[in-house]
Design a protein around this ligand. Structure first.
Ligand code: HDE
Length: 716
């Protein structure tokens, strides 16, 4: 980390209270501080004596009709009846957190006059909401889907929103197709099936007939569609925006977020199981990381193209189904973001936050990207259905800078403007438009001339080059996952027309890939190439490219699996070592009660250790690694327990790190029988044997265990 970045890091630790948090606290009620006597009241403030029994015309048995005159009961029921608002038409399920954004220096002032991107002395508060796209509010977190990554920057010049995704491109090129792609991917109209899935006829029917969706469909079917954590995803603005510098020069720009922890995904089997075992896996993961101080971080990068170079690429830089290869347009990292505070209440913050692509600040502008142009209309419009016309006044949405204009009235208006004029011009000038020189938003002068027609640009007609580029850039493991992911989905389509059309289309991406998928799903296996593979690739599209330079276990969840008779000193040393690396540990025993270390009698509750969870209650899927410490009796008890054996076998199947010490090694070797793995065999030896992610050792030095754990966790 550069010196400047180091200084940024230090600044963060002081920021738990940003300007936006202070603003929100004007509306936050802390019951302990708010009402000294904690009086329960009606909405109009009158103390309530009974909130349990509806007023009744009671007979001698204590029963009788409930009276409509009970205004307290009526208020309670009325309020409840109207608690729901329409969920987002897409991205309904989400989780959010507060944080801060800083730039390292003023290097971006070459491109933009925006203070948020050029002034290193600023700490800009942010609110970030992550989401899935297809499912309803109550759907599972780990479904295969695109993830939303929407950031609201509360800047000194007003709110700036980057309403992005974890994938750099999109399914369609023109906003007018959005209702079609969303109708196709959402549950089918006849039976409202499936939920949180794209594995159905209508989705594959649409994308098979709309070749511009091919590139994006491959990304979603790859590991990118099943992230391990919101904290381990890249983020992309996707659309092409513009930057304008102080001299009035204009540049095209794409925005990028790069996670500190690297880009990691679940295995598909794991994602499906987690969907049932813990549907809230991702939102809990975000909360857990922040609560344990492992604050999620991203670097912020820009790709910039001078206005004059707009047409110098073989693809159209305004086409949102294309990436800008980093070999052609390098990524410039200019800042970073840290999320350091969970929400106090879900509904007023995460649910009521309203992002708009049209929220931009001076120095940032739009382009003619036809997807962006439509989005700029859609977001403002949808908030009116969701939240009502005064949605910008809600605490989470209002800017931290002063906001004043002639907009008035409408349902649920909160502000009271003490001025008799609500029009411009007016004799009092309580508020007036500000010249550009003093900070007024400047529309960059752009020469526009054209023929009014419904059309697509010439370069927009090419749909397969970059899909092939993406496929070529994957590692063999990533490619295998993609083949399996797309095959899983296509084999859930029961209309042959659908999977036959799609497998035929895949031949335009790559002949061998199309053959593999078509063979698995019973589609059209091509006999000849539809198009030659151009052979181009880049390391930057594989998620392995983003693994941290120094591997880290920060925020990783590690299960320590024990039975009675485990080695307590070893477990304590392991826990301390993992904690020092900012990982969390969970002791998993036969019951969520005391588990008895070696030398402690069964039932000696005082000397037992409380297990955090039990084998049945938590599965290997929720953890990144599992360790089995020494202890003969413990190892034997684990070997006798089918669920414990399954724990280790399942973790191995999902390519997780597995550690075992002393007798724990025997358990893993004999009971779990992991195929192809080599083990440490000498219980008196300190030699570490590492094979297929299984790390075993006969003996450990408790005093050096922290250094050993670090060494092992930093090796590949
Ligand atoms: Fe959205 N999108 N979108 N979208 N989108 C919405 O706005 C829309 C697109 C994205 O956490 C809606 O407030 C159109 C691309 C995110 O609150 C709606 C088009 C990208 C979120 C809408 C697109 C996105 C939304 C629904 C095609 C990645 C969740 C609720 C032109 C760059 C934000 C809402 C949050 C939400 C419209 C395409 C990302 C209806 C018309 C491309 C992350 O306005």
């Amino acid at each position: 980390m550069s010196g400047v970045a180091g200084a940024v890091k230090q600044a963060y630790t002081a920021v738990t209270q940003s300007q936006k948090i202070a603003d929100l606290q004007r509306n936050t009620v802390d019951p302990e501080k708010f009402a000294k006597d904690r009086t329960f009241t009606t909405d109009f403030g009158v103390a309530v004596s009974n909130t349990d029994d509806w007023l009744k015309a009671a007979n001698s048995y204590g029963t009788g009709p409930s009276l409509l005159e009970d205004h307290i009961a009526r208020e309670k029921i009325h309020r409840f009846d109207h608690e729901r608002i329409p969920e987002r038409v897409v991205h309904a399920r989400g989780a959010a957190a507060h944080g801060v954004f800083k730039v390292y220096d003023d290097k971006a002032s070459k491109y933009t006059s925006a203070g948020v991107l050029t002034d290193p002395s600023r700490t800009t508060p942010v609110f970030v909401r992550f989401s899935t796209v297809q499912g309803s509010r109550g759907s599972a977190d780990t479904v295969r889907d695109v993830r939303g990554f929407a950031t609201k920057f509360y800047t000194e010049e007003g709110n700036w929103d980057i309403v992005g995704n974890d994938i750099p491109i999109f399914f369609i090129q023109d906003a007018i197709k959005f209702p079609d792609i969303i109708h196709a991917v959402k549950p089918e109209p006849k039976n409202e099936v499936p939920q949180g899935q794209s594995a159905h006829n209508n989705f594959w029917d649409f994308v098979g007939l709309q070749p511009e969706a091919t590139h994006m469909a491959l990304w979603v079917m790859s590991d990118r569609g099943i992230p391990r954590s919101f904290r381990m995803m890249q983020g992309f603005g996707v659309n092409t925006y513009t930057l304008v510098n102080a001299s009035g020069e204009r540049f095209f720009v794409k925005f990028h977020w790069i996670p500190e922890l690297g880009v990691h995904s679940l295995m598909w089997d794991e994602a499906m199981k987690l969907g049932g075992q813990d549907p809230d896996f991702h939102r809990k993961d975000l909360e857990e990381a922040i609560n344990t101080g492992a604050y999620p971080k991203w670097q912020f990068g820009i790709q910039v193209i001078p206005e004059a170079d707009e047409h110098n690429f073989e693809f159209d830089i305004l086409d949102a189904t294309k990436v800008w290869p980093e070999e052609l347009v390098p990524l410039q990292v200019i800042g970073e973001m840290e999320l350091n505070r969970t929400v106090d209440e879900y509904f007023p913050e995460t649910e009521q936050v309203a992002f708009c692509t049209s929220h931009i600040v001076p120095g940032i502008g739009f382009s003619d990207d036809p997807l962006l142009q439509g989005r700029n209309f859609s977001y403002q419009d949808t908030q009116i259905t969701r939240l009502g016309v005064n949605w910008e006044e809600l605490p989470i949405n209002r800017p931290v800078c002063p906001m004043l204009n002639t907009h008035r009235d409408g349902a649920m208006r909160h502000r009271i403007v003490d001025s008799n004029v609500n029009y411009w011009p007016n004799r009092k000038e309580h508020f007036r438009p500000v010249p550009v020189a003093h900070g007024g938003y400047n529309e960059h002068p752009q020469k526009v001339q054209g023929v009014k027609e419904r059309m697509r640009g010439k370069k927009f007609q090419e749909h397969f080059n970059q899909a092939t580029f993406f496929l070529n850039s994957l590692t063999p493991a990533e490619r295998l996952h993609l083949t399996n992911g797309i095959s899983f989905e296509l084999s859930h389509c029961d209309d042959p027309v659908v999977y036959e059309t799609y497998t035929r289309l895949l031949n335009n991406v790559d002949f061998d890939f199309a053959k593999d998928v078509a063979t698995i799903v019973g589609g059209i296996v091509p006999k000849t190439h539809a198009r030659e593979n151009h052979g181009k690739s880049t390391p930057t599209l594989s998620q392995t490219y983003y693994h941290p330079k120094v591997p880290t276990i920060k925020s990783r969840r590690i299960a320590i699996l024990v039975g009675d008779g485990f080695d307590l000193a070893q477990v304590q040393a392991l826990r301390a070592a993992f904690k020092a690396g900012s990982a969390t540990t969970w002791l998993i025993g036969p019951n969520r009660g005391p588990v008895y270390p070696e030398g402690v009698a069964q039932g000696d509750v005082k000397n037992g250790v409380l297990a955090d969870h039990q084998y049945e209650g938590q599965r290997s899927t929720a953890f990144d690694a599992v360790v089995i410490p020494a202890g003969m009796k413990s190892a034997q008890a684990l070997a006798r327990n089918g669920r414990a054996v399954h724990w280790v076998r399942e973790a191995f199947g999902h390519c997780k790190a597995i550690g075992a010490i002393g007798e724990g090694v025997a358990f893993v070797r004999e009971a779990a029988q992991l195929p192809g793995v080599e083990y440490a065999t000498n219980l008196d030896s300190h030699d570490v044997v590492s094979s297929y992610g299984v790390v075993t050792v006969g003996k450990v030095n408790l005093s050096s265990i922290a250094a050993d754990v670090l060494k092992i966790s930093q090796s590949d």
